[in-house]
Design a protein around this ligand. Sequence first.
Ligand SMILES: N[C@H](CCC[C@H](N)C(=O)O)C(=O)O
Length: 282
Amino acid sequence: MLDTLGQQMPFVKMQGSGNDFVVIDNRDRRVPVEAMADWAKAVCRRAFGIGADGIFFLENPPADRPGVDFIWHFYNADGSRAEMCGNGSRCAARLAYLLGIAPARHVIGTDAGPVRAEVLDSGRVKVQLTPAKDARLDIALPAADKTLRAHFVNTGVPHTVIFVDDVAKVDLPDLGRTVRYHETFRPKGTNANFAQVVDKQTMLLRTYERGVEAETYACGTGASAAVYLSHKLGLTGPEVNVTTSGGEQLTISVDGDNVFLAGAATVTFTGDLLLESVGLKL
Ligand SMILES: N[C@H](CCC[C@H](N)C(=O)O)C(=O)O
Protein backbone atom coordinates (compact mmCIF):
# COMPACT_ATOMS: atom_id res chain seq x y z
CA MET A 1 0.00 0.00 0.00
CA LEU A 2 2.73 2.45 0.95
CA ASP A 3 4.43 1.94 -2.43
CA THR A 4 1.47 3.62 -4.08
CA LEU A 5 2.03 6.75 -2.01
CA GLY A 6 4.97 7.89 -4.12
CA GLN A 7 8.73 8.31 -3.74
CA GLN A 8 10.05 7.50 -0.28
CA MET A 9 13.38 7.79 1.53
CA PRO A 10 14.21 5.52 4.45
CA PHE A 11 15.58 7.41 7.46
CA VAL A 12 16.69 6.88 11.05
CA LYS A 13 15.71 9.30 13.81
CA MET A 14 18.29 9.67 16.59
CA GLN A 15 18.98 11.81 19.59
CA GLY A 16 22.10 12.55 21.58
CA SER A 17 21.05 13.90 25.01
CA GLY A 18 17.96 15.42 23.42
CA ASN A 19 19.73 17.03 20.43
CA ASP A 20 17.82 15.28 17.68
CA PHE A 21 18.73 14.38 14.13
CA VAL A 22 17.42 12.72 11.00
CA VAL A 23 20.00 10.38 9.49
CA ILE A 24 20.04 9.36 5.80
CA ASP A 25 22.27 6.52 4.61
CA ASN A 26 23.44 8.23 1.44
CA ARG A 27 26.14 5.75 0.46
CA ASP A 28 24.25 5.34 -2.84
CA ARG A 29 24.47 9.13 -3.28
CA ARG A 30 20.70 9.33 -4.08
CA VAL A 31 20.65 12.81 -2.51
CA PRO A 32 23.10 15.13 -4.30
CA VAL A 33 25.07 17.54 -2.07
CA GLU A 34 23.54 20.54 -3.84
CA ALA A 35 20.08 19.43 -2.68
CA MET A 36 20.99 18.81 0.97
CA ALA A 37 20.29 22.30 2.30
CA ASP A 38 16.75 22.14 0.92
CA TRP A 39 16.34 18.65 2.38
CA ALA A 40 17.48 19.96 5.77
CA LYS A 41 14.92 22.77 5.81
CA ALA A 42 12.07 20.54 4.67
CA VAL A 43 12.84 17.45 6.76
CA CYS A 44 13.84 19.23 10.00
CA ARG A 45 10.76 21.48 10.05
CA ARG A 46 8.79 20.50 13.15
CA ALA A 47 5.16 19.31 12.52
CA PHE A 48 5.36 19.73 8.73
CA GLY A 49 8.39 17.48 8.27
CA ILE A 50 9.93 14.83 10.50
CA GLY A 51 11.26 17.55 12.83
CA ALA A 52 14.84 17.70 14.10
CA ASP A 53 17.67 20.05 15.14
CA GLY A 54 19.72 18.79 12.22
CA ILE A 55 20.15 16.18 9.48
CA PHE A 56 23.19 14.33 8.28
CA PHE A 57 23.92 12.17 5.27
CA LEU A 58 26.37 9.29 5.67
CA GLU A 59 28.63 8.46 2.70
CA ASN A 60 31.64 6.27 1.94
CA PRO A 61 34.92 8.22 2.07
CA PRO A 62 36.10 9.53 -1.33
CA ALA A 63 39.59 8.47 -2.43
CA ASP A 64 41.03 11.84 -1.33
CA ARG A 65 39.89 11.34 2.30
CA PRO A 66 42.22 8.54 3.54
CA GLY A 67 42.15 7.51 7.20
CA VAL A 68 38.40 7.93 7.71
CA ASP A 69 35.84 5.12 7.83
CA PHE A 70 32.99 7.24 6.48
CA ILE A 71 32.16 10.89 5.92
CA TRP A 72 29.05 12.90 6.58
CA HIS A 73 27.36 16.04 5.32
CA PHE A 74 25.84 17.79 8.38
CA TYR A 75 23.17 20.50 8.12
CA ASN A 76 21.35 22.51 10.76
CA ALA A 77 17.57 22.76 10.68
CA ASP A 78 17.78 26.13 8.90
CA GLY A 79 19.69 24.54 6.00
CA SER A 80 23.10 25.90 6.99
CA ARG A 81 25.95 23.41 6.64
CA ALA A 82 27.95 23.09 9.86
CA GLU A 83 31.59 22.11 10.11
CA MET A 84 30.89 19.75 13.00
CA CYS A 85 28.28 18.57 15.53
CA GLY A 86 29.35 16.86 18.74
CA ASN A 87 26.08 15.12 19.58
CA GLY A 88 25.52 14.34 15.92
CA SER A 89 28.94 12.71 15.62
CA ARG A 90 28.11 10.50 18.59
CA CYS A 91 24.85 9.46 16.90
CA ALA A 92 26.62 8.88 13.56
CA ALA A 93 29.21 6.68 15.27
CA ARG A 94 26.57 4.58 17.04
CA LEU A 95 24.54 4.07 13.86
CA ALA A 96 27.59 3.30 11.71
CA TYR A 97 28.55 0.62 14.22
CA LEU A 98 25.01 -0.80 14.40
CA LEU A 99 24.80 -0.91 10.57
CA GLY A 100 28.22 -2.54 10.26
CA ILE A 101 29.60 0.45 8.35
CA ALA A 102 32.45 0.84 10.87
CA PRO A 103 33.95 -1.00 13.85
CA ALA A 104 33.43 0.21 17.44
CA ARG A 105 36.52 2.42 17.16
CA HIS A 106 36.57 4.42 13.93
CA VAL A 107 37.12 7.84 12.38
CA ILE A 108 34.44 10.14 10.96
CA GLY A 109 35.34 12.60 8.19
CA THR A 110 33.74 15.98 8.97
CA ASP A 111 34.23 19.46 7.48
CA ALA A 112 36.11 20.41 10.67
CA GLY A 113 38.48 17.46 10.29
CA PRO A 114 38.68 13.80 11.38
CA VAL A 115 36.77 12.87 14.55
CA ARG A 116 37.80 9.71 16.40
CA ALA A 117 34.85 7.77 17.84
CA GLU A 118 34.48 4.87 20.24
CA VAL A 119 31.12 3.13 20.63
CA LEU A 120 30.86 1.85 24.21
CA ASP A 121 28.76 -1.14 25.30
CA SER A 122 26.41 0.99 27.38
CA GLY A 123 24.95 2.72 24.32
CA ARG A 124 27.19 5.66 25.11
CA VAL A 125 29.66 6.98 22.58
CA LYS A 126 32.91 8.87 23.20
CA VAL A 127 34.34 11.15 20.52
CA GLN A 128 37.55 13.16 20.33
CA LEU A 129 36.67 16.53 18.81
CA THR A 130 38.97 18.40 16.47
CA PRO A 131 41.57 20.34 18.53
CA ALA A 132 40.09 23.39 20.29
CA LYS A 133 41.26 26.58 18.53
CA ASP A 134 40.91 30.39 18.46
CA ALA A 135 40.34 30.60 22.22
CA ARG A 136 39.72 34.15 23.52
CA LEU A 137 39.15 34.86 27.23
CA ASP A 138 37.51 37.86 28.92
CA ILE A 139 35.72 39.47 25.98
CA ALA A 140 33.69 42.51 27.11
CA LEU A 141 30.36 42.07 25.35
CA PRO A 142 28.01 45.09 25.46
CA ALA A 143 24.56 43.47 25.50
CA ALA A 144 21.22 45.03 26.39
CA ASP A 145 21.78 47.22 29.44
CA LYS A 146 24.99 45.61 30.66
CA THR A 147 28.42 44.40 29.60
CA LEU A 148 28.78 40.64 29.66
CA ARG A 149 32.08 38.86 30.38
CA ALA A 150 32.29 36.31 27.57
CA HIS A 151 34.81 33.72 26.40
CA PHE A 152 35.18 32.11 22.98
CA VAL A 153 36.60 28.92 21.50
CA ASN A 154 36.06 26.84 18.36
CA THR A 155 35.47 23.16 19.18
CA GLY A 156 34.58 22.29 15.60
CA VAL A 157 32.10 25.16 15.40
CA PRO A 158 32.28 28.60 17.08
CA HIS A 159 31.08 28.87 20.69
CA THR A 160 30.73 31.79 23.07
CA VAL A 161 30.42 30.88 26.76
CA ILE A 162 29.15 33.12 29.56
CA PHE A 163 29.39 31.85 33.14
CA VAL A 164 26.38 32.74 35.28
CA ASP A 165 25.24 32.06 38.85
CA ASP A 166 21.93 30.48 37.84
CA VAL A 167 21.25 29.22 34.28
CA ALA A 168 17.53 28.94 35.09
CA LYS A 169 17.32 32.71 35.34
CA VAL A 170 18.84 33.41 31.90
CA ASP A 171 16.37 34.85 29.36
CA LEU A 172 17.79 32.46 26.79
CA PRO A 173 15.61 33.32 23.78
CA ASP A 174 16.54 36.99 24.09
CA LEU A 175 20.09 36.94 25.45
CA GLY A 176 20.98 33.84 23.45
CA ARG A 177 19.97 35.55 20.24
CA THR A 178 21.80 38.75 21.18
CA VAL A 179 25.07 36.85 21.71
CA ARG A 180 24.50 34.60 18.67
CA TYR A 181 24.35 37.62 16.35
CA HIS A 182 26.69 39.98 18.23
CA GLU A 183 28.92 42.01 15.92
CA THR A 184 31.96 40.76 17.83
CA PHE A 185 31.51 37.34 16.22
CA ARG A 186 30.71 38.32 12.65
CA PRO A 187 30.71 37.10 9.95
CA LYS A 188 30.30 33.44 10.97
CA GLY A 189 28.33 34.18 14.14
CA THR A 190 28.52 31.90 17.16
CA ASN A 191 26.57 29.49 19.31
CA ALA A 192 25.69 31.02 22.69
CA ASN A 193 26.23 29.01 25.87
CA PHE A 194 25.34 29.93 29.46
CA ALA A 195 27.15 27.80 32.03
CA GLN A 196 26.72 27.44 35.80
CA VAL A 197 29.69 25.84 37.55
CA VAL A 198 28.34 23.80 40.48
CA ASP A 199 31.70 22.42 41.61
CA LYS A 200 35.05 21.41 40.06
CA GLN A 201 33.43 18.36 38.37
CA THR A 202 29.87 19.54 37.76
CA MET A 203 28.25 22.07 35.42
CA LEU A 204 24.78 23.04 34.23
CA LEU A 205 24.55 24.34 30.67
CA ARG A 206 22.01 25.95 28.36
CA THR A 207 22.73 26.60 24.68
CA TYR A 208 21.17 28.79 21.99
CA GLU A 209 22.27 27.01 18.83
CA ARG A 210 23.35 28.68 15.59
CA GLY A 211 21.39 27.21 12.71
CA VAL A 212 18.61 25.94 14.94
CA GLU A 213 18.05 29.51 16.11
CA ALA A 214 16.67 28.35 19.44
CA GLU A 215 17.65 26.59 22.66
CA THR A 216 18.37 22.91 22.15
CA TYR A 217 18.22 20.22 24.82
CA ALA A 218 21.95 19.69 24.45
CA CYS A 219 24.91 20.88 22.39
CA GLY A 220 27.96 18.62 22.40
CA THR A 221 30.50 21.06 21.01
CA GLY A 222 28.97 23.70 23.28
CA ALA A 223 29.39 21.58 26.42
CA SER A 224 32.92 20.85 25.28
CA ALA A 225 33.64 24.55 24.77
CA ALA A 226 32.27 25.38 28.22
CA VAL A 227 34.48 22.80 29.95
CA TYR A 228 37.55 23.72 27.88
CA LEU A 229 37.12 27.36 28.93
CA SER A 230 36.11 26.68 32.56
CA HIS A 231 39.24 24.56 32.94
CA LYS A 232 41.39 27.26 31.32
CA LEU A 233 39.90 29.79 33.75
CA GLY A 234 40.56 27.53 36.73
CA LEU A 235 36.84 27.16 37.50
CA THR A 236 36.75 23.36 37.05
CA GLY A 237 39.02 20.35 36.79
CA PRO A 238 39.87 18.64 33.47
CA GLU A 239 36.88 16.27 33.59
CA VAL A 240 33.36 17.60 34.13
CA ASN A 241 29.85 16.14 34.07
CA VAL A 242 27.63 18.62 32.25
CA THR A 243 23.87 18.46 32.71
CA THR A 244 22.16 20.11 29.74
CA SER A 245 18.62 21.44 29.28
CA GLY A 246 17.27 17.99 28.41
CA GLY A 247 18.37 16.67 31.79
CA GLU A 248 20.95 14.18 30.50
CA GLN A 249 24.65 14.27 31.34
CA LEU A 250 27.55 14.69 28.95
CA THR A 251 31.03 13.88 30.25
CA ILE A 252 33.73 16.16 28.91
CA SER A 253 37.43 15.71 29.49
CA VAL A 254 40.17 18.09 28.41
CA ASP A 255 43.89 17.43 27.81
CA GLY A 256 45.49 20.58 26.44
CA ASP A 257 43.58 21.37 23.23
CA ASN A 258 42.28 17.81 22.98
CA VAL A 259 38.65 17.55 24.08
CA PHE A 260 36.69 14.34 24.57
CA LEU A 261 32.88 14.20 24.67
CA ALA A 262 30.94 11.17 25.93
CA GLY A 263 27.23 10.56 26.32
CA ALA A 264 24.25 8.47 25.22
CA ALA A 265 23.35 8.20 21.53
CA THR A 266 19.97 6.64 20.84
CA VAL A 267 18.06 5.39 17.81
CA THR A 268 14.51 6.62 18.47
CA PHE A 269 12.74 5.23 15.39
CA THR A 270 13.14 4.37 11.72
CA GLY A 271 10.74 5.13 8.90
CA ASP A 272 10.13 6.09 5.29
CA LEU A 273 9.73 9.74 4.40
CA LEU A 274 7.12 10.45 1.72
CA LEU A 275 9.08 12.96 -0.32
CA GLU A 276 6.12 14.66 -1.94
CA SER A 277 4.68 15.47 1.53
CA VAL A 278 7.66 17.75 2.24
CA GLY A 279 8.05 19.10 -1.28
CA LEU A 280 11.09 17.00 -2.17
CA LYS A 281 11.86 14.64 -5.01
CA LEU A 282 14.81 12.61 -6.22
N1 LIG B 1 24.45 24.37 15.48
C1 LIG B 1 25.89 24.17 15.40
C2 LIG B 1 26.19 22.79 14.78
C3 LIG B 1 25.67 21.68 15.67
C4 LIG B 1 26.34 21.72 17.00
C5 LIG B 1 25.63 20.98 18.12
N2 LIG B 1 24.38 20.37 17.79
C6 LIG B 1 26.56 19.95 18.75
O1 LIG B 1 26.09 18.96 19.32
O2 LIG B 1 27.79 20.19 18.72
C7 LIG B 1 26.50 25.24 14.52
O3 LIG B 1 26.02 25.44 13.42
O4 LIG B 1 27.47 25.86 14.96
